[in-house]
Design a protein around this ligand. Structure first.
Ligand code: G3P
Ligand code: CA
Length: 748
C-alpha cells in the first residue's frame, strides 16, 4: 500500500513537472486574529456605526510588500480594512514590520513575527478634501480615506503608496507623514493619432441619424451633442449660392416618376413639376430635381425630408428649410457667442466636375469666396474635402493663394471599385485604390493635410485593423474615415450591435477623427479617451459632489501594482482593471518619473482570458517585471492565480507586453508537504486576492495573500482566512539584477 502511494506521488510529480515550473520551498502563516495596538475597530457596517467588533486594530490583510530598509525582514502594507470604504472608517492605514522564518521541512513550522508599525497620517493637512479624522492633530488616515494597494520605497527613503479610490499616488516620509497632496492619474490613453492630438468628431451631415440631414436643426443638435466639426455637403443653386445637400439631385425619380430617394419635398410641389430632368452625374444618367435648376428663393420654399425613412422614420419631415452655407456659419457663430465653444466646419465640394459642366460654376471658388465673405477662414476650424483630386490641387495652388487663405484640405478616398470623377472624365482609368499606396499618400501630402477614407480602408470587412492609418501617418496625413453609424445594419457582426465598439477600434487604430451620423455617440466614445483623468467611482470629486462626470475606471481597479524601477528614478504603477475605452483585458502600466514628477504610459499588460485583475507588480531587472494575475474566485471555484514575467522591451503584435508564465499558484509542487493544505504533493493557493509579490533572489519569489480580514472562503466556507506566505522556487532562474528589489532597502 505504501509503495503504491509513493509510486502514485512520483507519477503525479512526473506528470506535473512538465506543466509546472515552480516549487514551494518555504511556507509560513499568520493567524487571522492578529491585532496591533490602537483604537477599537470594526464598528462600521455599510456606513452605519454600531458596536466595535475588535478591541484594537487588525494587522491584516496585506496588499503590498517590500524589504524593510531598517534591517532584516519585510514591510507589509495593510489594505484598507474591512473590505469596503463604508465599513473601514475606524481602520488605520499602516505598514507593519514583519519577520518571516519559513518552514523548509515538514518537521518545522514557519514563524511570522509582527513587530512595530508605521502609521500613515496627514498632520500637515496635505489632503485637500475632508478626511475621516479631519479635526484631530495627527489626522490618522483610515480605510475610508484611501484604499492602499501597493508601495515602493524611494532611494531617499520616502514611501510611495498606490491607492485605488482615486486612483492616487501618495507620498509619505519614512515614518508615514504625508508629504504632498495626493497625485491623481492622468488619462494617458495613448491613442496613436498623427501628433498625439485628441481625435475630432465630425457630425456627418449634422446629427443625421436623429434629424433630417443637412438642416440647421441637425447641425444644432450635433453641436449640442459635442461634435467638434459639422459637415455640410455643398451644392450650388441656379443663382450661385452654396447650400447644404448631400447631392445636387435633391429628389431622385424612377422612370415612371416615383421618388426613390429624396432630401427635400420638391416632388410634392406641383409648381415645380416640370423641373425634373435627366442629367449625367459623374457619367451616369440620373432622373430627378437638381439644385442648380432652382434659385435660392425657390429652394427656400421646400422642406427637408428624411433620406432613409425606412430606417429613421418621417417624424421630422416637412419642418426644416434647406440651409445656405452662410446660415450654417451664422449658427456656428451664434453657438460661439453664447457658449464660447469654437465648433469647426468640414465642407465638401460635391461633384466639382459636374457643377462646372452642368452649371458653369467653380464650386471650389464659390466656397472660398463664401468663407472669406463670412470671415470664417481660421485654419483650425475648417477642413475642405473632395472626392475629386483636381479641385483640391486647384484650391491649393491657385484659389486659396489668390484669396489669401490657407485652409487644410482633405482628399476623400472612396471604395476601390470607384474612381475620382475628374480622373475618369480625363480618360484616366485608375480607381481610388491608386490613392492608397505609400507613394500616392506622399503625393497627397503635397496638397492636402489629410485623407478621408471609406472606413473599410481602416478596418476591413472581416473586422481586421489594416495598416492604412500608420502608412498615412508616415506620409504626414491626418486620417478621418467615414461613415460611422449606430444602426446594426451598418455594423460588422463582431461588434454585436455596439456602434461604440467600432468607433473604439478605429480610435485605437489611430484615426485622427471620424465622420458619424450620431455625433452624441462619437463624442461619448472620444470622451472616454480624452477626459483628463482616470477616476474610479470612489474618486473624491464624486464623493464630495464636486463633479458629475462619470468614472472611467471600475471600482477596486487602481494601483494594485506599484514598484520602484531598479534605477531608482521612477515608479511603475499597474492599474488593476481596464480603463473605459481600452480593449477588454488590457491594463495600463504607468510610469511616474520621480525627478520630473511626470506620468507617462509605459505600455499595456494583457490579462489572460481567465484573468480578471492583477494583484501586484515586482521588478526583476531594469526591463523585466513579475505580475500576480488572478480571477475573482476563491476556494473550490478558484482557477487562475498565476505569476507572469513580462518584458518592457518586447511587445506582441497588438502592442501588449510579451509575457511568460513563471508560477501557477494553483499548481505548485510541494514534495515536502511544507503547507498543511498540500494534497498529493500539490499545493494550491485559492484566495480571491493575492496581493504581495517580491523577488528574493534569482530563483526565489515571495508571495502572500490578502486575507481580507475577517473574510472566509479560501480554505473553506467556515474557515477564517489566514495570511499565507509562500517562498516559491523557480525551475529557471530569473535574470535578477543586483539592484532590483534591493535599491529600495538602501537609504541614501
Ligand atoms: O465626405 C465624407 C463623407 O461624407 C462621405 O461622403 O458625402 O457621400 O456621405 P458622403
Ligand atoms: Ca460628405
Amino acid at each position: 500500500m505504501k509503495l503504491t502511494c509513493v509510486r502514485l506521488t512520483a507519477l503525479l510529480a512526473l506528470a506535473l513537472s512538465s506543466a509546472q515550473a515552480a516549487t514551494l520551498v518555504g511556507y509560513a502563516e499568520l493567524k487571522a486574529d492578529t491585532f496591533a495596538a490602537g483604537p477599537a475597530s470594526g464598528a462600521w457596517n455599510a456606513g452605519l456605526r454600531g458596536e466595535a467588533r475588535f478591541p484594537s486594530q487588525p494587522v491584516q490583510g496585506f496588499s503590498g510588500v517590500q524589504r524593510d530598509p531598517s534591517g532584516q525582514g519585510f514591510l507589509f502594507l495593510s489594505d484598507n480594512g474591512f473590505g469596503a470604504r463604508n465599513n473601514s472608517a475606524d481602520y488605520l492605514l499602516r505598514l507593519h514590520r514583519v519577520a518571516l522564518t519559513p518552514a523548509t521541512t515538514a518537521r518545522r513550522a514557519g514563524q511570522v513575527s509582527v513587530g512595530s508599525f508605521i502609521e500613515l497620517r496627514d498632520p500637515d493637512r496635505k489632503v485637500p478634501w475632508q478626511i475621516v479624522n479631519e479635526a484631530s492633530p495627527e489626522r490618522r488616515l483610515t480605510g475610508a480615506d484611501f484604499d492602499v494597494e501597493g508601495f515602493a520605497i524611494a532611494p531617499d527613503g520616502t514611501l510611495w503608496v498606490g491607492d485605488e479610490f482615486g486612483p492616487y499616488l501618495l507620498h509619505f516620509s519614512a515614518d508615514g507623514r504625508l508629504l504632498e497632496a495626493p497625485i491623481g492619474t492622468p488619462n494617458l490613453a495613448g491613442l496613436p493619432t498623427l501628433r498625439g492630438q485628441s481625435p475630432v468628431v465630425v457630425a456627418h451631415r449634422g446629427s443625421s441619424g436623429t434629424r433630417p440631414e443637412h438642416t440647421l436643426e441637425a447641425y444644432r443638435i450635433a453641436i449640442e451633442a459635442g461634435a467638434d466639426f459639422i459637415e455640410p455637403d455643398l451644392v450650388v443653386t441656379r443663382d450661385g449660392v452654396l447650400v447644404a445637400r448631400h447631392e445636387p439631385v435633391i429628389a431622385v425619380l424612377s422612370a415612371d416618376g416615383r421618388v426613390t430617394e429624396a432630401t427635400a419635398d420638391v416632388a410634392t410641389r406641383p409648381e415645380f413639376k416640370d423641373r425634373a430632368r435627366v442629367k449625367k452625374l459623374d457619367g451616369k444618367d440620373v432622373y430627378g430635381y437638381w439644385a442648380e435648376d432652382f434659385t435660392l428663393a425657390e429652394l427656400k420654399t421646400l422642406r427637408a425630408v428624411e433620406r432613409l425613412p425606412q430606417l429613421r422614420g418621417r417624424a421630422y419631415d416637412g419642418r426644416f428649410e434647406i440651409p445656405t452655407l452662410a446660415e450654417i456659419i451664422a449658427l456656428v457663430r451664434d453657438v460661439e457667442a453664447r457658449t464660447g465653444r469654437k465648433v469647426g466646419l468640414y465642407p465638401e465640394t460635391k461633384h466639382p466636375t459636374f457643377v462646372t459642366q452642368a452649371a458653369g460654376m467653380n464650386i471650389s471658388q464659390l466656397l472660398i469666396d463664401t468663407l472669406k465673405k463670412e470671415n470664417f477662414t481660421d485654419p483650425a476650424r475648417v477642413f475642405i474635402q473632395s472626392f475629386e483630386v483636381g479641385n483640391l490641387k486647384e484650391l491649393r495652388t491657385r484659389i486659396m493663394p489668390a484669396a489669401g487663405v490657407n485652409l487644410p484640405l482633405v482628399q476623400l478616398i472612396s471604395s476601390p471599385d470607384e474612381a475620382p470623377y475628374d480622373w475618369t472624365a480625363a480618360g484616366d482609368k485608375r480607381t481610388y485604390g491608386a490613392l492608397t499606396s505609400d507613394v500616392a499618400l506622399k503625393e497627397i501630402a503635397g496638397y492636402a493635410a489629410g485623407v478621408g477614407p471609406y472606413k473599410r480602408w481602416i478596418i476591413d470587412d472581416q473586422g481586421r485593423t489594416t495598416d492604412f492609418v500608420s502608412r498615412a501617418h508616415d506620409a504626414g496625413l491626418l486620417v478621418h474615415p467615414w461613415t460611422f453609424r449606430n444602426e446594426p445594419t451598418y455594423l460588422l457582426p463582431d461588434y454585436q450591435n455596439d456602434p461604440e465598439a467600432e468607433m473604439r477600434q478605429a480610435l485605437r487604430a489611430g484615426v485622427d477623427g471620424f465622420f458619424t451620423d450620431f455625433p452624441a455617440t462619437g463624442a461619448r466614445v472620444v470622451g472616454q479617451y480624452t477626459v483628463p483623468e482616470v477616476r474610479s467611482p470612489q474618486h473624491h470629486a464624486y464623493a464630495q459632489g464636486v463633479s458629475s462626470g462619470a468614472a472611467n475606471l471600475p471600482g477596486s481597479g487602481g494601483f494594485e501594482g506599484l514598484n520602484l524601477s531598479p534605477d531608482g528614478q521612477g515608479l511603475y504603477a499597474l492599474l488593476e482593471k481596464t480603463v473605459a475605452g481600452d480593449l477588454p483585458g488590457q491594463l495600463r502600466l504607468m510610469r511616474f518619473d520621480l525627478g520630473r514628477r511626470q506620468w507617462t504610459l509605459a505600455g499595456r499588460y494583457a490579462l489572460e482570458p481567465a484573468g480578471e485583475a492583477i494583484g501586484d507588480l515586482a521588478p526583476v531587472n531594469d526591463h523585466e517585471y513579475l505580475v500576480l494575475e488572478r480571477d475573482n474566485a476563491s476556494g473550490e471555484a478558484a482557477k487562475h492565480k498565476r505569476v507572469y514575467l513580462f518584458n518592457l522591451r518586447e511587445k506582441n503584435p497588438d502592442g501588449t507586453f510579451k509575457k511568460t508564465l513563471i508560477a501557477d499558484l494553483m499548481n505548485l509542487r510541494d514534495p515536502q508537504k511544507l503547507a498543511p493544505s498540500t494534497t498529493g504533493g500539490v499545493f494550491s493557493f485559492p484566495y480571491v486576492t493575492i496581493e504581495n509579490l517580491l523577488v528574493l533572489d534569482a530563483r526565489t519569489i515571495l508571495v502572500a495573500n490578502d486575507n481580507n480580514f475577517p473574510a472566509t472562503g479560501g480554505r473553506g466556507r467556515e474557515v477564517r482566512d489566514v495570511s499565507e506566505f509562500l517562498w516559491i522556487g523557480l525551475d529557471a532562474p530569473l535574470k535578477f539584477a543586483a539592484g532590483a528589489g534591493h535599491r529600495s532597502a538602501v537609504r541614501k
